[in-house]
Design a protein around this ligand. Structure first.
Ligand SMILES: [Fe+2]
Ligand SMILES: [Fe+2]
Length: 225
């Protein structure tokens, strides 16, 4: 093992090797007709995951680890959509170790990445992992849809396109983590949202419980969970 160096989100965001893999994974998913999983999604999930731990009073470096896990979590799509959580964890291990990150920190980051998917079994294994699951599953937004033809939208496109606003509100005093969505019901009925996102919401519920908080879902100012 070489010298231990402090690896930060800012460094990774400017790292050509990291960005090439994120872009490559996003291109593969694009070819399969999936919504955006590129630098926009990576950056947003990084910011939200870090924020969740900040709001709940976790140490700064742990917030940073959540942000790093958030930025790298979908990198495994460069290999394949299938098992992308596990391949992504292996790729992240190599990237972070070769940049000198403390192995204890790497352990936390790759455990979170490896546990963020599949949706129906995503179970938080640490605070960083819980923050990552909540951040990833709450990125539902119009800007993620790549299909240009509204008539060819599948249900995922429709639900994402209908979401004009999404915000994960963490209330440390009330111990609640609320996903607030604004959904255009002319495009997608709220029912469709549930059809797709029920498993995600259950993963969020488990993740929030790991952080000793309660998960809430609010669509168009109506509390649904
Ligand atoms: Fe993923
Ligand atoms: Fe993701």
């Amino acid at each position: 093992m070489g010298e231990v160096r402090l690896v930060t989100l800012d460094l990774l965001k400017e790292d050509p090797e990291v960005l090439a893999y994120i872009d490559g994974g996003n291109a593969h998913l694009g070819a399969m007709g999936f919504t955006d999983h590129g630098q926009r999604h990576a950056g947003l999930v990084a910011a939200i995951a870090g924020n969740v731990l900040e709001r709940l009073g976790f140490p700064e470096r742990e917030q940073e680890l959540a942000a790093i896990a958030g930025f790298l979590h979908d990198i495994g799509n460069v290999v394949s959509r299938y098992f992308h959580a596990q391949t992504g964890a292996a790729i992240a291990e190599r990237l972070l170790a070769s940049r000198g990150m403390d192995p204890k920190e790497i352990a936390t980051v790759i455990g979170a990445i490896g546990s963020h998917d599949p949706e129906d079994s995503a179970t938080a294994v640490s605070a960083v992992s819980a923050a990552l699951i909540l951040a990833d599953k709450s990125d539902v937004h119009r800007s993620r849809v790549r299909n240009q033809d509204i008539h060819n939208f599948d249900v995922h496109d429709r639900v994402n396109y209908a979401a004009t606003r999404s915000f994960l509100k963490v209330d440390p005093a009330a111990k609640t983590i609320c996903l607030q969505l604004t959904v255009d019901t002319a495009i997608s009925p709220v029912m469709e949202y549930f059809e797709i996102f029920l498993t995600r919401m259950l993963a969020c519920k488990r993740a929030a419980e790991f952080l000793e908080a309660q998960f809430e879902l609010d669509i168009n100012n109506v509390r649904l969970l």
